[in-house]
Every structure is written in C-alpha cells, then in structure tokens.
Design a protein around this ligand. Structure first.
Ligand SMILES: [Fe+2]
Length: 595
C-alpha cells in the first residue's frame, strides 16, 4: 500500500510509506528555502513521490496530521516574524485579550505581514481567522482535489497521536521492549503533553493527555524575554544556560518553580499565572540574562525528569522515549537518562513537528494497510535517517561546468585521504553527498566539517559562515566504534542523531574540544555507523588515519538564517557566499583560489 503523510502546520513536511517501508521524508523548508516553513508542502510532496517513483495518482491513502490549524497562521506565516514581531504579538494581540477585555483581530495587528500567496484552500469555507473547523474542511477538500482521492481514503489524526506514533514506530527495539513515550511540545489540537504505553509488539495506547504541560510554552517565552525568537531560538537559551549559576539564577529559578508542577502523569499549578509571558516578564525584570537561562533550563530539567519518573513508576517500564519539540532539549534529556529508574532513553531524529507526517503515515499503515494488526512487525519504517533526495556524480559534473561564480576555483576528484589532510591542516570543508538527512540536524551529508581539536575552530567557522552566537557549541560526528573513547555513556544509549547529550571523557576533551560545549564540555554527538553512512564513515576513518582522531566537528551546511542546503546548486551558492575553503560535492572537490 502506498501512503503519503502530510503535515501542513509548523515545519510542514511530507513522508512516503510504501508497503510498510519509509522511502522518503522531507521538510518543506529545505526545497522551499525558508526555515520552519508552514502551509501545504507542495515541494516536499513532489520530491517524496519522485523518490518513490510514483505519482499522485498512485497514492492509496493519505494520512494528515493535526485536526485544528487556525487559518490566521496560514494567512500570516510566523516563520517570517522578527523578534520584535513576536513582542508585538504579545503587546498588541495577547495583552488586550488577556488583560483588557478586548478582542483584537490578528489579521489587523499583523496586516503588514499578511501573505495569502501560498494559501491554496477555499476561503469561502472559513468563517473567521480562528475557524479551524472550517479550515479543516477546506484542507480536506484541497487534499481530495489535489490527489484525486475520495474522503474515505483520507485520515486526519490529532497532533499528539502523530508525535507518539512516529517515536514508537521508529524505535529500533520496539519489538523487544515495552516502551513508555512522553510527547511534549508547544501545543497541537489542544494538547501539549501526552504519555503513551507501547507493550512490545502491540499497538500504542494513550495513558494521559493534558493541556497543562506548559514546559515548552514557558521556555519559549523565556527565550523571547531574552531577546531571541521564541520558536527557532530555544536551543540558544539551552546553550546559554550552563554559563549561569545559582548566584544569578536562583531568583529566576524560583519564579519558574513557583508556577508549573508535575502532578502524576499531568501537570498543575502552585501559583497559576494569568499568562505565560507578562507574568514572567514582570517577575524577571532586572534579573541577569544568564541567570534567567539557567533558571528556566533547571526548572525544565526538573519537570521533565519528575514527569518521566512518574510515567516509569506507573507503567513499570524503564525504557523511555521522548518526542515533540520539547524533546529537542538535549540537556534536559541528559538529566532524564541519568535517572536511576530509566533503563534507556531514545529520542528519534526530527522529533519536532516535521516528523508528524511520518507519524500519521505509520498510523494509517497500522490501521488500514495489510500490516498484521496483532504484531505490526510488518511496519518498521525507519532504517535510515537519509530520506531526502540525492544527486549523481554526472549531474554534479554538468552543474560544475555551467554554474557561474566558480571561475578560478579548482575542481578535481580526490581521494578521501586528501580531504582528510585538508581537514587536518585546519581547512573547513562543506560536504554534500548522498541522500539528504531528515530532521533539523545535519548528519554528515549536508554538513560543514572541520578538525574538532582546536578551540579556535569555533571562531573560524563562525567568521567564515555561521555567525553563530558566541556562546553556542558545535557538535561532532564520531566513528561509532570510537564513541566509548570520547563520551561517557554508561547505558549504551543510541547517540546517532544528535538528540542526546553526554559528558565527555579526557580523550574527548583532548580530541574534540572544538566540538564540545565550551563551558561544561558536554557533547551532542552523531555516532556514525559504517552501515548507516559508508561514505561518511570512510571520510571519518581517513581523518582518524591521518590524525588519530575519530571525530569531526559537524555543523549544518547553511548560512545564518537559511535552511540547510538541499541541492548541489544550494551547496555551490552557499560555498561561494561564505568563507568556506573547500566544497566536497559527492566525489568532486571544489577549492577556492589559493586553497
Ligand atoms: Fe508538536
């Protein structure tokens, strides 16, 4: 059976499942070249179908994620918001509603941001900007028309069901272990936290759903109060937190700790704030920025840890899975996996909303396809995270011959040992090879690589291309067989997707100081297995041969504010607009003049 999963909300995406196998999954932001893109994912759908060698007409079932998506967020795509726009949203939209008894219209507040050019749905079905019921009908009719499928072949699942099913279905040991799954995010379909139990080989069932799991909401507003974008920049607050300490952070921590509490599998409030922005804005006024980051991070870790502890106790299951946007907080994940009652923790790649399309498709496969319901072994979709498009050598050669801007660059095919030598000399190399990774982390195929040993490499890359904030760490790719040398992983967790953090060993601090958090020396590694990515494993091995170091600094291949490169054209354009020394395009090495 051919099933297409579609997510039209935040981080829009598509996923193609053919006979129980996930053959493609793509976030719209990559081909559309706009970060966190929302709306109907035309390009991602087109690319998924091409990768499966099928057409729209071949799709037998559609799996749609999220019932309620307010039209206002389609008409005013918040991915273009600046930090000041997010503040305006609070001051001009939420404050009058919450505190002044007024009901401003979102479309009026943001009339300068209205963009209906990508709105493909029938507006006549929608009463007002909050009419998500009308919006759902408009979405369904659009899908019927676009794919030529009758309504009974289209299934819409609620947001958290899709989060949980994704994490459950891609878990590598789902058939051998019971699993307890925690999904936490900003919110979707009125839920922002859910707990699920997956007995081995059996369908997943919900234990608890809540709209009070406001961990993500508090974190994103703390991020906004720190002068950063509330959705995209939460990881910057996390990166800043280790620089704080109790001296400057205790007061901020107290502000967070007196509100939201864990209550069984749900949450309640000790002091219920009227909202989650102005309450904290008033209470945190005058406190130091690093202390606020430290305080909100510490409280987040405590809440998630207690919540997981309660779920483990309730189910008697110590094999934990975390998903949803909040699961991207790798430092909180570390506190969770360090709990003595947690036997293992798995956080799948792309645990934000981009994976909802996969979750929806998996659920349809189990509910409607020829997958044996009693076992569901037949649907085990994720054997690889490399689920996007690839480009062959010949096509790349043709492109290199005709693309402007490469005059003066040296183009050659070289052995990996030569690339390893360049890296060891301190050169920074963009690598574009194989199929694009799914999710927000570059896992070698659309990556910028460098020698991870020197601390100064961070500054070099920042000046060349990334313009990252000075406090933010870079991550590493590590030969899987060298992981025990570099990170402390007593539970032998799967550190394959940069979704978990570990303390580093002395050897880790010697060999990859440039790819550790500069203050606490934690690592967010990408363990590279030969069978998962042979070409990248070979490059890492060549670097190890050259230097003895079994790791590379790996950061996503993009310019500041742009999505990760998707095509060879994107890679060359990014290479030319940056200070990158070399670009490795499949087997072609492009070097700037003099390099
Ligand atoms: Fe979500």
């Amino acid at each position: 059976m051919i099933i297409l999963g579609v997510n039209e909300g935040h981080n829009a995406s598509a996923a193609l499942l053919m006979d129980g196998k996930l053959v493609a999954a793509i976030s719209e932001d990559r081909p559309a070249r706009q970060t966190t893109r929302s709306g109907f994912p035309f390009k991602a759908i087109e690319e998924c179908l091409a990768l499966g060698g099928v057409t729209k007409g071949d799709i037998q079932r559609l799996a749609i994620s999220t019932m309620h998506l307010p039209p206002k967020y389609f008409w005013i795509p918040r991915e273009v918001f600046s930090i000041r726009d997010f503040w305006r949203e609070q001051n001009d939209y939420w404050k009058p509603r919450l505190f002044e008894g007024r009901r401003p219209v979102y479309m009026d507040v943001f009339k300068d941001k209205v963009d209906v050019s990508r709105f493909v749905y029938d507006s006549a079905l929608i009463k007002d900007e909050d009419d998500s019921e009308g919006m759902l009908e408009a979405r369904l009719r659009h899908h019927e028309r676009f794919f030529g499928l009758p309504r009974d072949r289209i299934t819409v699942y609620d947001h958290h069901t899709c989060h949980a099913w994704y994490a459950f279905m891609v878990h590598p040991r789902r058939l051998e272990q019971d699993l307890v799954i925690f999904a936490a995010d900003g919110a979707g379909d009125g839920v922002n936290g859910s707990v699920w139990f997956g007995p081995r080989g059996q369908p997943l069932r919900a234990l608890h759903r809540t709209n009070q799991c406001n961990i993500g909401r508090i974190y994103r507003y703390a991020t906004l109060l720190l002068g950063m974008k509330q959705f995209e920049h939460a990881f910057k607050t996390m990166g800043l937190a280790p620089y704080g300490n109790p001296k400057y952070g205790a007061a901020a921590y107290d502000v967070f700790a007196e509100t939201l509490q864990v209550d069984g599998l749900g949450f309640s409030y000790r002091v219920k704030p009227r909202d989650h922005f102005f309450h904290f804005k008033d209470k945190l006024e005058g406190m130091r920025f690093d202390g606020i980051a430290w305080g909100v991070q510490k409280r987040t870790e405590e809440l998630l840890s207690q919540w997981v502890g309660n779920g483990v106790r309730e189910t008697g299951c110590g094999h934990v899975v975390m998903t949803g946007g909040v699961a991207m907080n790798i430092k909180a994940n570390k506190v969770v996996w360090e709990r003595s009652d947690v036997e293992s923790l798995y956080v799948p790649p792309g645990s934000g909303d981009e994976s909802l399309a996969i979750g929806a498709a998996c659920k349809v496969a189990v509910e409607f396809a020829e997958v044996p319901a009693e076992t569901i072994e037949g649907c085990r979709p994720m054997s690889t995270v490399y689920l996007g498009p690839s480009f062959d050598d010949a096509a790349i050669k043709r492109l290199l011959e005709r693309m402007e801007g490469l005059e003066g660059c040296r183009v050659e095919t070289v052995a990996l040992s030569r690339v390893a030598q360049l890296l060891a000399m301190g050169r920074v190399v963009g690598r574009f090879a194989g199929r694009a990774e799914f999710g927000q982390r570059a896992l070698g195929n659309r990556s910028i690589l460098a020698d991870p040993r020197p601390r100064e490499v961070v500054r070099t890359i920042n000046e060349m291309i990334k313009q990252r904030d000075f406090w933010m760490p870079f991550a590493s790719s590590v030969l899987a067989e060298r992981m025990p040398d570099y990170v402390i992983n007593p539970k032998n967790l799967q550190g394959d997707f940069m979704t978990l953090a570990f303390d580093s060993t002395a050897a880790g601090q010697r060999d990859m100081m440039g790819a550790l958090h500069p203050y606490d020396h934690t690592s967010r590694p990408h363990a590279v297995h030969r069978e998962a990515n042979p070409g990248y494993h070979a490059l890492l091995s060549a670097f190890a041969e050259e230097t003895g170091v079994g790791a590379l600094l790996n950061t996503s291949f993009n310019l500041h504010g742009e999505p990760i490169v998707h095509t060879p054209e994107d890679a060359i354009s990014t290479f030319l607009r940056s200070g990158l020394d070399h670009l490795l395009l499949e087997n072609w090495l492009v070097s700037k003049p003099g390099k």
